[in-house]
Design a protein around this ligand. Structure first.
Ligand SMILES: CCCCC/C=C\C/C=C\C/C=C\C/C=C\CCCC(=O)SCCNC(=O)CCNC(=O)[C@H](O)C(C)(C)COP(=O)(O)OP(=O)(O)OC[C@H]1O[C@@H](n2cnc3c(N)ncnc32)[C@H](O)[C@@H]1OP(=O)(O)O
Length: 176
């Protein structure tokens, strides 16, 4: 992370601490309620610059026998950390993601996440996150990521047509 950072300020329209955060996209594989096979992450805004989330580790997420698939866990980290920039401003997309897997995560457990914004420099937002199953001081995995803020309408304009969103929702997104 660079040493020269811009000041962080909570966005005036960000939801309040403790409130559930709106899905950034209802068909998102991570948090979307309309995603047919998604992770169904529930995200909550924390104080200042962090987000928390919970996820049930369902048997369909199995990798090794009886434990979560590493790619599923990294998807969850990506989505939880990706919500954090919304606390300070515009949408941002992942440009870099790294995960450290520390302990096996059993099918049937409830994973809890916390993602913190570490700093911002121009459009880059640096985040770190932990996942635990009860004791935040003994995380089962940790992660770091860099997000870059975007103008969402422009960024997704050429791709909205491929979305699973309904035609009505797509029209709404394209409306000026
Ligand atoms: C039409 C209606 C749309 C409505 C929108 C609806 C919903 C909005 C939704 C979304 C998002 C909100 C929340 C998301 C939450 C979770 C989702 C999970 C996140 C993801 O799953 S998301 C998918 C995977 N993600 C991508 O699909 C990104 C592909 N990518 C690109 O699209 C470009 O890459 C882009 C646009 C990001 C940048 O491109 P660009 O040309 O605008 O800018 P540029 O390249 O100059 O980079 C600017 C500064 O980032 C530095 N930088 C770049 N890459 C770096 C790297 N790898 N490491 C370190 N630094 C890096 C540069 O060094 C420079 O830094 P500096 O300021 O210091 O010069």
């Amino acid at each position: 992370m660079p040493t020269e950072l811009d000041p962080l300020e909570r966005h005036p329209k960000a939801v309040g601490p403790g409130e559930q955060m709106r899905m950034h996209n209802s068909t998102c594989f991570g948090c979307g309620e309309q995603s047919p096979a998604g992770l169904r992450l529930k995200m909550f805004a924390g104080d200042d610059f962090f987000v928390t989330a919970t996820m049930e580790v369902e048997s369909r997420f199995e990798g090794g026998p009886g434990v979560i698939h590493g790619g599923i866990l990294s998807t969850a980290f990506d989505d939880v950390m990706g919500m954090a920039p919304l606390l300070i401003g515009p949408s941002a997309v992942t440009v870099h993601l790294e995960v450290d897997y520390r302990r096996p995560i059993p099918i049937g457990s409830t994973l809890q996440f916390r993602a913190d914004i570490m700093g911002r420099q121009r459009r880059k937002v640096y985040t770190e996150a932990i996942a635990h199953i009860g004791d935040p001081d003994d995380p089962v995995a940790t992660a770091h990521a860099i997000f870059v803020t975007i103008r969402a309408r422009e960024h997704f304009a050429a791709h909205v047509e491929n979305s699973q969103l309904s035609d009505d929702d797509k029209r709404r997104l394209r409306a000026p």
